[in-house]
Write a protein that binds this ligand. Structure first.
Ligand SMILES: [Ca+2]
Ligand SMILES: [Ca+2]
Length: 622
């Protein structure tokens, strides 16, 4: 009897499912525009049995050129061509099946006049913010009962803390004063996911933003789509630029399309869980094995971040269009591309080119944690005869970052200490354009700079001097200017602490000089002075670089153009040292004096210089 009733229930449910009318629940991209350079767009139409319908579109200047169906009946992909003559408006998408007809409106918007895709250059200073940890400007959006994770608790380093766009906007003046010209936020796309186990006794939220659950939603806890549009407007009104953090490689396992994949090959599936090897050498190694290449690219970043199969052309279009949609909707100036080396690199070339075609000045830079300039050059435009040619304009410069830290941590030697910095820059020939590399001292995935250099204030200033006077586009991790420190012990959360003063109830407001200690003010003022000097000095932000082989722990280089020469001198040793300057005649020719741009002191550069231990000078030659 029980079996019979189960069978009846099954038949009833099957009948209901089979007879359920098709419907359209969503269309991605959620809108498009007239007047784009590329007249094509492919719409992903999703809903129960949406793929069983026959589609038509009737709108002047818009033609439906192809409908693609997949092995999942809930999807249809519609290829549209939008003629230059098409006007903005609502077009009707009609699907017919049997005696069913359903229609959905789809908006073709007019492009706004907001500047977009304007790029970042070596004249910029990019400030990296983890929005949840910077400032809470709107306590009403800290958590939502309707979301998968309903918690927010500042006492727990693994949960959300409530930071948002409004909080950042409240402190744009602080950032402007520091000399910041561009903001890079860790991803702002919705991470509506359940808490994930990050260890036996720890549950972590996607507070950092890297676990996407819906590409077309900005996280409501940051301010949502409308909040991000307003944020972008306010940032641009202040003359700053906006860099978005992209993740093409993977999504959260709470993403809506992970639960109902459009095709069987939407993800890189393995017979049993296979993580990436993280060994990027396999890709450029002339002796590399295919098996190693496959596990690097198609292995999963973690067991809860499904790896996207970007070789599927429908998925490739989905990701590329999302990048263009975001650039257009939020007026983005540049993209930082997460986990670049794990992507299908042929797909990435297509994606980069599509963005560059639509926005020729946009800057794109990847995160490829390679240890050497040669290794990194594989993942950026390069001068090396690799069989594969990457078209990415820029990259985060991890070899230079590591070399700066080594220069500050190690004693001077043939290959150690500041020799490392000289040697890494000496290999710049591998990059097509070293000025487009994005430099840094630390970031949200690394031990904080101040801790790595052992809280040594002399070293602190020296590393900053190099970052802000050498080639490339400098980036800055929030809080380093007020000496925020920590190692990633026990986890990353330690290097992602809240900015003091950014949250209701904070004891000290370190956004103000009065809230900072004497040394914190000295640190802030040092960065401010150099960042603003760099901004105003073309020799530093677009001039040439000439470096001299370090001797006795002293490293000297010049930045110069037709109108100005800046000499940077760093004594990495602990004791005062003398430096005869006749070695530098080829750049000192025609100059006799210099002004130390930090102290304002005037010095004679043709005499022997006496440089105190652990000191860097920035000397503008006169
Ligand atoms: Ca908030
Ligand atoms: Ca991958």
């Amino acid at each position: 009897m029980k079996q019979l009733s189960t069978l009846l229930a099954f038949l009833l449910i099957s009948h209901f499912v089979l007879s359920q009318a098709p419907s359209i629940q969503r269309i991605d991209p959620t809108n498009w525009w007239t007047g784009m350079k590329d007249p094509h767009v492919q719409l992903m139409v999703y809903g129960p049995k949406a793929g069983t319908l026959a589609y038509t579109i009737s709108y002047p200047g818009v033609s439906l050129t192809r409908t693609s169906k997949t092995d999942n009946p809930n999807y249809a992909f519609l290829d549209l061509t939008i003629a230059a003559s098409a006007r903005p408006g609502m077009l009707k998408i009609t699907g017919k099946g049997g005696n069913q007809t359903i229609s959905r409106d789809y908006e073709l918007k007019a492009r706004t006049r907001e500047p977009k895709g304007t790029g970042v250059t070596a004249a910029d200073l990019i400030y990296l913010i983890m929005p949840d940890r910077f400032s809470n400007g709107d306590p009403a959006n800290d958590k939502f009962a309707s979301m998968a994770d309903t918690s927010a608790d500042r006492r727990n380093p693994y949960l959300r803390h409530g930071g948002d766009f409004k909080g950042i906007l409240n402190h744009l003046d602080y950032l402007k004063e520091l000399g910041v010209t561009a903001l890079w936020l860790t991803p702002v796309i919705n991470n509506d996911e359940t808490l994930k186990a990050e260890g036996p006794d720890r549950m972590q939220a996607g507070y950092h933003g890297y676990h996407f659950t819906d590409h077309y939603q900005i996280d409501p806890r940051l301010g949502g789509n409308e909040g991000y549009i307003q944020f972008s407007k306010a940032v641009h009104q202040q003359g700053m630029k906006l860099v978005q953090d992209a993740v093409y490689n993977h999504i959260s396992n709470d993403h809506w399309f992970y639960k109902d994949p459009p095709t069987k090959d939407w993800f890189n599936n393995w017979p049993s869980y296979t993580g990436s090897s993280h060994k990027e050498q396999a890709l450029y190694d002339p002796y590399g094995a295919q098996a190693d290449k496959k596990v690097l690219s198609d292995g999963w970043f973690t067991d809860f971040l499904p790896d996207l199969n970007q070789r599927n052309p429908l998925l490739a279009n989905y990701l590329i269009q999302h990048a263009i949609w975001s650039t257009e909707t939020f007026s983005l100036d540049a993209w930082r591309i997460d986990t670049y080396k794990y992507n299908d690199l042929a797909f990435m070339n297509r994606c980069n080119q599509a963005l560059l075609n639509e926005y020729p000045r946009i800057h794109l830079f990847g995160e490829s944690t390679a240890g050497t300039p040669l290794g990194l050059s594989y993942f950026v435009r390069n001068n090396v005869a690799f069989p594969f040619k990457c078209n990415l304009p820029g990259s985060l410069d991890f070899p230079l970052n590591n070399a700066i830290l080594d220069a500050l941590r190690q004693n001077f030697g043939w290959d150690e200490g500041v020799s490392r910095l000289h040697q890494v820059l000496a290999q710049d020939i591998v990059y097509a354009d070293p000025m487009k590399m994005v430099t840094s001292l630390d970031n949200h995935d690394m031990d904080r700079y101040v801790s790595v250099i052992g809280d040594d204030f002399g070293k602190y200033k020296m590393g900053i001097t190099w970052l802000l006077t050498t080639r490339g586009i400098p980036s800055w991790y929030y809080g380093t200017e007020i000496l925020m420190k920590n190692f990633k012990d026990p986890t990353d959360a330690e290097v992602r602490r809240d900015f003091p003063g950014g949250f209701p109830g904070d004891a000290n407001d370190k956004f103000t000089a009065a809230g900072r200690s004497k040394q914190e003010n000295e640190a802030f003022d040092y960065v401010k002075k150099l960042a603003n000097y760099r901004k105003a000095t073309p020799a530093l932000n677009s001039g040439k670089l000439m470096q001299f082989v370090p001797q006795n722990g002293i490293y000297v280089y010049f930045r110069y153009d037709a109108s100005k020469t800046v000499m940077i001198v760093a004594n990495t040793g602990a004791k005062e040292a003398e430096l005869a300057t006749n070695r530098f005649a080829e750049r000192l020719k025609g100059f006799s004096a210099a002004v130390n741009i930090i102290s304002g002191e005037r010095i004679d550069v043709l005499s022997t210089l006496k440089i105190p231990g652990k000191t860097a000078w920035v000397l503008e030659l006169r």
